[in-house]
Design a protein around this ligand. Structure first.
Ligand code: ZN
Length: 462
């Protein structure tokens, strides 16, 4: 179904061409976090918005970690609902292995039908998509029924401290209690056999960054000592790396994983359900042949606790350290807390009473789950089915976290929706923080049209 008003909010060919150039320019500014270096990105967005007659506000804890908020205000006589926010982050994750890239990661090369570079997927592409949508709605005087707020934040990749967390804690007034937020990690094509799926993210795991410390007898290391603070930490790392923590099966994980089996036979669906079994699930998940897929499925069904950094205090080579610690990147299934994860860790270490190890919380943010029975989710589904009639929309959950974790504190319903039609062979998951990150130009333009169609239909009261 094509809506009657479609031409009102349809982007011009020149909007799409400009969007391509804009993504290229944003990619060419290396905003790897750390340190972030978001100011160059912000300057381009600022220029584009101002050229379109929209005046943004720039705020932040430091001038080199800025956040931008730009509002397309609804006319008072049309305003019937709280705002909808289009949110993106300007930083990207560092490039681990530039030699593995076919085109240099900050080249923004347009080649083989794709725009290449760090940030194309995560998430400079959506920054441009959302900005294009805002400027088209503004230029065409689309009579929106609520304010549409474009937000570009710093520091998502290193924990959101200077970005959305700062914004929500210090300038919530700029976001005006939004009803909805559209953000990253959803809306792209996943190919499975002959089927095309489009996940729309409605749940995220939480974070529990922990420090596990062991103490031992200090002394001269010329003596043979079997148990030291370091050996205890090494033992803890080995045990945690091999452990399978208990299953916590949540509705969003079930809905997401079952969404993929909807097209399978009834028998296959029954078999797939076994993965949710508290007792057998952890054995069944091991039968998934693809290692990346197996790891993702497992991460959706339990907490994880991954050791990442060891600290022995930097003493002399010939002295036993009196304490050693390891930092643990813990991720929480929605409903779980840092405390519940710490209990699971103590059980794995055989130290239920905490006599050998102490654990402190460095950072905690619980997981979030957003409802799917909303008019916006329904509108997303309708628009996606019109944009790809054979596609299958499924509400999804991610093992990571995004800025939505902070926006949830404002009471907003947040969806991961960056519509992107990916050709077979382009795997979103492997490009997200991976090598050879790229988006097909045609699929990106399809996404701009799809986002504008969604906004047009959803924001214009008939
Ligand atoms: Zn991201």
């Amino acid at each position: 179904m094509i809506s009657e008003n479609q031409t009102l909010w349809e982007p011009a060919e020149s909007d799409l061409q400009k969007a391509t150039r804009l993504v290229q320019s944003l990619i060419r500014i290396d905003s790897s976090n750390p340190p972030g270096n978001e100011t160059g990105i912000l300057d381009i967005l600022l220029w584009e918005l101002q050229s379109a007659g929209i005046t943004p506000v720039v705020v932040g804890a430091h001038s080199d970690r800025p956040n931008l908020v730009a509002k397309l205000a609804a006319a008072p006589e049309n305003r019937t609902a709280p705002p909808l926010v289009l949110s993106c982050h300007m930083d990207v994750v560092p490039v681990a292995n530039p030699d593995a890239w076919k085109y240099p990661p900050f080249s923004g090369e347009l080649a083989e039908g794709c725009i290449w570079g760090r940030g194309a997927v995560d998430m400079k592409g959506f920054a441009v998509m959302a900005l294009t949508a805002l400027t088209v709605l503004s230029r065409k005087h689309v009579p929106v029924n609520r304010d549409v707020i474009f937000v570009a934040v710093s520091d998502e990749e290193a924990g959101t401290e200077f970005g959305s967390k700062w914004l929500v804690e210090n300038r919530p007034d700029l976001l005006e209690n939004p009803e909805y937020v559209l953000n990253e990690v959803g809306g792209f094509t996943i190919h499975r056999g002959a089927h095309r799926f489009y996940p729309v993210q409605v749940a995220e795991k939480g974070v529990a960054w922990l420090r596990l410390t062991a103490r031992g007898q200090p002394g001269h290391s010329s003596m043979a000592v079997s148990e030291t603070s370091l050996s205890l930490i090494a033992d803890a790392i080995c045990k945690l790396s091999k452990a399978t923590l208990p299953w916590h099966v949540t509705d969003p994980a079930v809905n997401f994983l079952e969404g993929f089996t909807r097209v399978e036979s009834k028998t296959a669906q029954q078999v797939a359900k076994l993965i949710f079994s508290k007792r057998a699930g952890s054995s069944i998940v091991k039968m998934i042949p693809d290692p990346a897929q197996r790891a993702t499925v497992e991460a959706l069904l339990r907490n994880t606790a991954t050791p990442t950094r060891i600290d022995t205090g930097g003493g002399a080579l010939n002295v036993l350290p009196s304490s050693a610690s390891v930092d643990i990147d813990g991720r929480l299934v929605p409903g779980q807390t840092a405390e519940s994860l710490m209990n699971e860790i103590r059980k794995v270490l055989g130290d239920k009473k905490g006599e050998v190890y102490s654990i402190e919380i460095i950072r905690e943010a619980e997981g979030v789950v957003f409802p799917t029975d909303t008019p916006l989710f329904q509108a997303i589904e309708d628009v996606m089915l019109d944009a790809d009639p054979d596609g299958i929309v499924i509400p999804s959950m991610i093992p990571g976290f995004t800025d939505s974790n902070n926006y949830a504190k404002l009471g907003a319903t947040c969806y991961g929706f960056y519509p992107l039609k990916l050709d077979k062979g382009l795997d979103f998951a492997s490009m997200f923080h991976g090598d050879n990150e790229r988006i097909p130009e045609a699929g990106f333009h399809w996404g701009i049209r799809t986002l504008l169609e969604l906004l047009g239909r959803f924001l214009v009261t008939k």
